[in-house]
Write a protein that binds this ligand. Structure first.
Ligand code: UD1
Length: 362
């Protein structure tokens, strides 16, 4: 039985790495296809190195484009690969355009699909990832969920209960596996930062960075915190392009911009920061496990368990609310939190076990 795993963009790599490792240990043949949605060395290559991912068996090299163009190109290229290789199952992770495109190809070729991180819902259809999540889930044969609220979300949309498997969080498997190695990273010394003496910013959602007034409002709300401590901002390429296009002077907001960081360096930066301000999905989960305060600069989250159990606060994007939440987070360092159930470092083993059994029963 042969499984083809798909990765395309930065947040996919840390979810697939533990599955590759567990497959090797669990006797499952797993080949890897990288669509090339992310292609810069610091968005892709460094993650393969840090996460010790094998060289992909297939690289599609699709690159950037509009949503339709990028999705269509991934579909065309992946259809060829799926027909040539005829995998018994394709495993997709997360909610990026590569996830959607490859599931859709498989559905038309009647190749079974397993979706890792199924059932997350922001209930905001203006978010491209929400469409990717919903379509992928409805097309999938095996749905691996990270938290309890995913199952009712899926049942409501008509997914059969027997397809749903609550296995925990594969991305957190990587965090557990690499935390010690990340602690040995010299990134703080290189950047002249002291543990607990800086804040960490990431912003890349189109809704936050594509409109210059929205972006300037968010950055303006960080000025006060930026005067109290360095705010380090590893800038995503799409955000870098927007800052340049709109001539936004980030130094005026007290922000310190650096290139996107590799997995181990970023994990170290997250572990030792006083506070994270972000619009990312995965960072809400990683900070919850690390016990680091996280302010999410979005109006909704598909990961509510990070707010109910974890260290995440859904702040929104109103500058006055961001300022107030930042002040509160800097003063309240003792917030109690819990790590969500099954975020224990063993999700990938459960994914491989369920997949092997499912394939064997066919
Ligand atoms: C994608 C995912 C998003 C995820 C994010 C993490 C979708 C719909 N979105 O968003 O869910 O949180 O990845 O990073 O799939 N670019 C480069 N180099 C690269 C990759 C991108 O310069 O290696 C630039 C290009 O100008 C490109 C833009 O970034 O047009 C956006 O890239 P794209 O892959 O379309 O989406 P992301 O914003 O990265």
């Amino acid at each position: 039985m042969k499984v083809l795993g798909v990765v395309g963009a930065r947040p996919n790599f840390m979810k697939m790495a533990p599955i590759v490792r567990a497959a090797a240990g669990g006797g499952l043949t797993l080949e890897l296809c990288h669509t090339g949605q992310h292609y810069d060395d610091n968005m892709s290559k460094v993650f393969f190195e840090d996460l010790e991912l094998p060289r992909p068996d297939v690289y599609l090299g699709v690159g950037s484009g509009s949503h339709a163009a990028q999705t269509a190109l991934i579909m065309t290229e992946f259809e060829r690969v799926a027909l040539e290789r005829r995998p018994d199952l394709v495993m997709v992770v997360g909610d990026v355009n590569s996830t959607l495109a490859c599931s859709l190809v498989c559905a038309k070729l009647t190749i079974p699909v397993a979706h890792v991180e199924a059932g997350l819902r922001s209930f905001d259809r203006a978010m491209p990832e929400e469409i990717n999540r919903m379509v992928t889930d409805i097309l999938s044969d095996l749905l691996f969920t990270t938290s309890a609220e995913a199952e009712p979300n899926l049942l409501r949309e008509g997914v059969a209960a027997e397809k749903i498997h609550f296995v925990g969080n594969a991305m957190i498997d990587s965090l557990h596996f690499y935390l010690r190695k990340a602690e040995a990273s010299d990134v703080l010394a290189r950047l002249g930062l002291a543990p607990g003496g800086y804040g960490l910013v990431t912003l890349h959602r189109p809704s936050n960075v594509d409109d210059p007034a929205q972006l300037a409002g968010i950055l303006g709300a960080m000025r006060e915190a930026g005067e109290a401590m360095p705010l380090l901002w590893p800038v995503h390429p799409r955000t870098a392009k927007m800052l340049e296009a709109h001539g936004i002077d980030t130094a005026a907001y007290g922000l310190r911009l650096v290139e996107p960081q590799g997995y181990l360096d970023f994990l170290r930066l997250m572990k030792d920061t006083r506070l994270v301000l972000t619009d990312s999905g995965g960072i809400q989960e990683e900070t919850t496990v690390l016990g680091v305060p996280c302010l999410t600069l979005r109006e909704n989250t598909e990961r509510p368990v990070t707010c109910t159990l974890g260290t995440n606060v859904l702040v929104g994007t109103d500058p006055a609310r961001i300022r107030a939440a930042t002040r509160a987070a800097l003063h309240d360092t003792r917030r109690a939190y819990q790590v969500p159930p099954l975020w224990d470092g063993h999700a990938a083993e459960r994914i491989v076990a369920v997949t092997s059994d499912w394939l064997a029963a066919r």
